[in-house]
Ligand binder design. Structure first.
Ligand SMILES: [Zn+2]
Length: 398
C-alpha cells in the first residue's frame, strides 16, 4: 500500500453527546460516515480504517492538569456531584453541560487523535490520517470551553513530541472560531507553530486570535493569526490562504502538518457569520495536501472540528477525504443518503448536490462595492503582515 490514508472511526463517537438541544450533535459524524460509505470511499484500496482507543490518564495529563482530569472523571461518574463547583472547570449548563460518562467519551476522542498521529508518524505507507471526531481546540489546561472537554489536538501533539522530542509541528486551524486552546498550550514552544484562520474575535467566541498574539519567550513568532471579517467569501478566503499557507510552511519546514478542519465558516452555519460555501473545501484540501507533500515531509494529520449544520459537515468532510485519496467525486448525492438526511434532520433543507457551487457572499459583495473594497483592503493588510512580520520572524527564530 503506497501513499495510503488512515481514517479513525467508531460508532462509540456518538457517546460525546451534550444532549438533544446542544448544537454539537454527534449525528453529524454518523451522517459523515454514511456519506463516505455511500460514495464508496471506505472500500477504496488506499483507505485504511481503524478503530480508536481511549487515551490513558498519563496521555491526557500531558495537556491537562491532574486536578482538571480528576474533576472531569468525578462529574462523569456522578453528574449530580456538587461537592466541588463544576463552574471552576468550565463545566455546567450552557456550552459544556455535564453528562454521564463524559470522561470516557472525551478520552476516546483524544485516543482517536493519538491513533491517527501514530499512523501518519510510524507507518511508512500512510501519509495522511483523519480523525473526524476530534478538533476540540478550545479546551484549556484546567478547564473546558466551547464544547471541548479535553483538547485532543494538544494530546496528539504531545504524543508526537514524546515519539520525537525535537519534532517540529505546524498546526493549521480553519475553524470559524479561533484555535485558542491549542495556541495557549504551545504559546512558548517554538517547535509548535500554530496558525489560525477564523472569524475575528471582535465578532465571535472566544474573542481572541488577533494579529498581535504572536507567542511568548522562545515561542515568540510561532503563533500566527488571521482574524477574518464576517461575510468573507470563498474567493477572498482562498486568495489569502493560498498566498500565505505554502509560504509559511515552506519557511517553517516542519516534520508534520496537523490541521483542524472545522467547517463552520460555511454561510449556513447557525453559529457564525462567515460566507464560505462547500466548494471552497475542495480547494482548501488541495492546498493542504500539496503543502504537506512539498513542505511537511509528506505527513498530514487531519482532525475534525466545528460545524453545526448537519448537512454541511458530512459533505465538507467527505470532500476532504476524497481529496486525501486523490479522487474527484461527481457533484451529486446518493439517494440513500438523502433519504437518511430527510429522516434524521427534517428541519434542514435537503441538499441535492455534494457541493454548493455558488459563492453567495461574493455575489452579495458585488452589489456593495464599498464593502467589498474595504474587505479586500483588510485582507491585503493581512497578507502584508504575513510577508513583513510573520515569515521574517519564523525565519529568524528557527
Ligand atoms: Zn468553531
Amino acid at each position: 500500500m503506497v501513499h495510503a490514508v488512515g481514517l479513525v472511526y467508531t460508532e462509540e463517537y456518538q457517546s460525546y453527546n451534550f444532549g438533544p438541544t446542544h448544537p454539537l450533535r454527534p449525528l453529524r459524524l454518523k451522517l459523515t460516515y454514511s456519506l463516505m460509505r455511500e460514495l464508496n470511499l471506505l472500500d477504496h484500496h488506499s483507505l485504511k480504517l481503524l478503530e480508536p482507543r481511549m487515551a490513558t490518564r498519563e496521555e491526557l495529563e500531558r495537556a491537562h492538569s491532574s486536578d482538571y482530569v480528576n474533576a472531569v472523571k468525578r462529574f462523569s461518574e456522578n453528574p449530580e456531584d456538587r461537592s466541588i463547583s463544576p463552574h471552576l472547570y468550565g463545566l455546567g449548563p450552557g456550552d459544556n453541560p455535564i453528562f454521564k460518562n463524559m470522561y470516557k467519551a472525551s478520552a476516546l476522542v483524544c485516543g482517536a487523535s493519538i491513533i491517527a498521529a501514530d499512523l501518519v508518524w510510524n507507518k511508512e505507507e500512510i501519509h495522511i490520517s483523519f480523525n473526524p471526531a476530534g478538533g476540540l481546540h478550545h479546551a484549556h489546561r484546567n478547564r473546558a470551553a466551547g464544547f471541548c472537554i479535553f483538547n485532543d489536538i494538544a494530546v496528539a501533539i504531545h504524543h508526537l513530541k514524546k515519539l520525537k522530542p525535537d519534532i517540529r509541528i505546524a498546526y493549521l486551524d480553519i475553524d470559524a472560531h479561533h484555535g485558542d486552546g491549542v495556541q495557549e498550550l504551545f504559546y512558548e514552544d517554538p517547535n509548535v507553530l500554530t496558525i489560525s484562520f477564523h472569524e475575528s474575535g471582535k465578532f465571535l467566541f472566544p474573542g481572541t486570535g488577533n494579529t498581535n498574539e504572536i507567542g511568548e519567550g522562545p515561542g515568540k513568532g510561532f503563533s500566527l493569526n488571521f482574524p477574518l471579517l464576517p461575510g468573507t467569501s470563498n474567493r477572498m478566503f482562498l486568495k489569502l490562504f493560498r498566498y500565505c499557507i505554502p509560504k509559511i510552511l515552506q519557511a517553517y519546514s516542519p516534520d508534520i502538518l496537523v490541521t483542524q478542519l472545522g467547517v463552520d465558516m460555511h454561510y449556513n452555519d447557525p453559529l457564525t457569520q462567515m460566507g464560505l460555501s462547500i466548494a471552497v473545501y475542495r480547494d482548501i484540501a488541495q492546498t493542504m495536501r500539496s503543502s504537506a507533500r512539498d513542505y511537511c515531509q509528506n505527513r498530514w494529520l487531519a482532525i475534525g472540528g466545528g460545524g453545526y449544520s448537519m448537512t454541511v459537515v458530512p459533505r465538507a468532510w467527505t470532500i476532504f477525504l476524497s481529496k486525501m485519496l486523490d479522487i474527484d467525486l461527481k457533484n451529486e448525492l446518493p439517494d440513500t443518503w438523502i433519504a437518511e438526511v430527510k429522516k434524521d434532520v427534517p428541519y434542514e433543507d435537503v441538499p441535492i448536490l455534494l457541493w454548493d457551487r455558488d459563492d453567495k457572499s461574493e455575489v452579495q459583495l458585488l452589489s456593495h462595492p464599498e464593502i467589498a473594497k474595504m474587505m479586500i483592503d483588510y485582507n491585503k493588510d493581512l497578507k502584508r503582515i504575513c510577508d513583513e512580520e510573520y515569515i521574517p520572524r519564523i525565519i529568524s527564530g528557527k
